[in-house]
Design a protein around this ligand. Sequence first.
Ligand SMILES: [Ca+2]
Ligand SMILES: [Ca+2]
Ligand SMILES: [Ca+2]
Length: 225
Amino acid sequence: MAKLFWLLVFPLLLLASPSCFGQSSKIVFQNGIDGYQGTVDTEIWALAPTTLLESNPNASSDANNDGGESQVLIRFDGIIGNADRTVPLRSHIVSARLLVSAFDQGSTVNLHRMLVPFSKSATWSSVIDGVSADGLEASRQKDSFTFGKIAANTSIVVFDVTDTVQAWASGQANHGWVFLNTGGNGWDFYSSEFDDIGQRPKLVVEYEAPATIPIALSTQGTIER
Ligand SMILES: [Ca+2]
Ligand SMILES: [Ca+2]
Ligand SMILES: [Ca+2]
């Protein structure tokens, strides 16, 4: 009889529960890890406006790279959805961090959410004189920044991107980000083509998936007496 009681009452408790999310889980998106290959990253450079730099193993953002600006575009495709190893749509994002492995000191770099798509073959010209953080091409507000000058030597630099990944999990389109350097000391990091997988850009998302609501008690099988 107790079993019958819980079979009837438990689904009602789930429906009435104030928390509509399950336990938290974590997924790491990094090219070469667990079959993931969805990172698209490329530098675009004003002095080589039609040159494809997408396959380079490193990328630089620099407001004055030998006299012309360099920017870095990055996107992690296939991170939200219902497939294996994706963040389920409508999840609550507990935290999302973008980590890159820097190998050159540089000026402060800001990270802005892209508002329009870019292709793997993006160039300075194809995005019309680089990307502007004007609220049309990229968000005016920065997602995150490097907190001042970046030290030399290899170091992992972390960008908090929780709000943007939450927006994507809530249904907005994922167009990635752009790194914009505020000064003329170029800052370089290893791209998703770098040999050492561990130093490729990495997106770490901790999330709580929406709870599954039981559909109907009558479909749950037999009730024992
Ligand atoms: Ca690349
Ligand atoms: Ca532009
Ligand atoms: Ca530098």
